[in-house]
Design a protein around this ligand. Structure first.
Ligand code: SAM
Length: 280
């Protein structure tokens, strides 16, 4: 186990430890000469716990490059959406150490995560210092109701919901509960999420998943058509962007673009960032 005795945070939900991994990716990416994402605030959170976890993942260059590109794709999509509607609400569920509320212009931001993550985040980068309005909501996902926590933010205007690096950890019943809560609270919303196909998982993710297992977390209910969660529940697909292809285009994947585009179909199409729109 990599795991259990983190020095600086008491983490009861094992999925939360994976937030240190994606944090480490962004701190590493920001240190590169040509970063994909360039989150220069990430290093603020790199305490001993984060360093310890990052040591285990730091040599997995392809997954790390993809992870940084995953974040960069959503950065670009959100920046574009907010450039037209600076007042739009953005809700990030399972926010981890995401610093978008500080880096992207516009938006009224709501960050939701476990108390251990939100509490630590607040000590290093307080919500009050954000250039955009930012509210942080601590929630114990296993115990508290997401609907109750978010109900006061219900609005008829478009809400942007970020579910990044989250859905693969939830079983199908929890995913359905999550989107039911979103549909109840936000009559018009756009979900931004990453979805992994089973074929991609089998071929490319076993090693990284082994390390995730050693943190105490696990991917759940992995299917070949994860988009059906949304397509079967009144969402309209807006976009689907290949994460590995974006990383190759950026030059960080270590595989030529044409190889990903024309020869490695499972790699190209197996892990993507999607946007889905719901309107009641
Ligand atoms: C891999 S991290 C991703 C963090 C962040 N979104 C990012 O991309 O860096 C997974 C996050 O999901 C959160 N989480 C744990 N259980 C959850 C649940 N039931 N619903 C939503 N998020 C959850 C964890 O606390 C953790 O911050």
């Amino acid at each position: 186990m990599l795991d259990t005795h983190l020095k600086h945070t008491v983490i009861t939900n094992p999925i939360s430890k994976t937030a240190y991994y994606t944090l480490g990716v962004r701190a590493w990416d920001a240190s590169l000469p040509n970063p994909a994402c360039g989150d220069t605030l990430a290093k603020l959170f790199m305490n001993e716990d984060a360093q310890m976890i990052w040591q285990e993942f730091k040599d997995d260059l392809k997954p790390n490059a993809s992870n940084a590109s995953r974040h960069a794709i959503i950065d670009r999509q959100l920046a574009e959406a907010l450039s037209d509607h600076a007042d739009a609400q953005v809700v990030i569920i399972g926010v981890g150490f995401d610093t978008r509320a500080f880096r992207i212009k516009g938006g009224r931001w709501i960050e939701v995560d476990e108390p251990a993550i939100i509490g630590y985040k607040e000590t290093k980068l307080p919500a009050s210092k954000a250039p955009n309005p930012l509210t942080r909501i601590p929630i114990e996902f296993a115990r508290d109701s997401l609907s109750d926590s978010l109900s006061s933010f219900s609005t008829k205007t478009t809400t942007h919901i970020i579910l990044e690096g989250v859905l693969m950890y939830l079983n199908q019943a929890d995913r359905l509960r999550l989107i039911a809560a979103l549909q109840e609270i936000f009559p018009h919303h756009i979900v931004y999420c990453d979805l992994m196909r089973r074929s991609f998982f089998e071929r490319y993710s076993k090693k990284i998943h082994g390390k995730i297992l050693s943190l105490g977390a696990t991917f759940a209910d992995i299917s070949e058509h994860p988009e059906n969660l949304f397509l079967g529940n009144q969402y309209k697909p807006l976009s689907c962007v290949s994460i590995p292809l974006s990383a190759a285009e950026h030059g960080n994947l270590g595989i030529p673009i044409f190889v990903v585009r024309y020869f490695f179909k499972t790699l190209r199409d197996g892990y993507s960032n999607w946007r889905f729109e719901f309107r009641r």
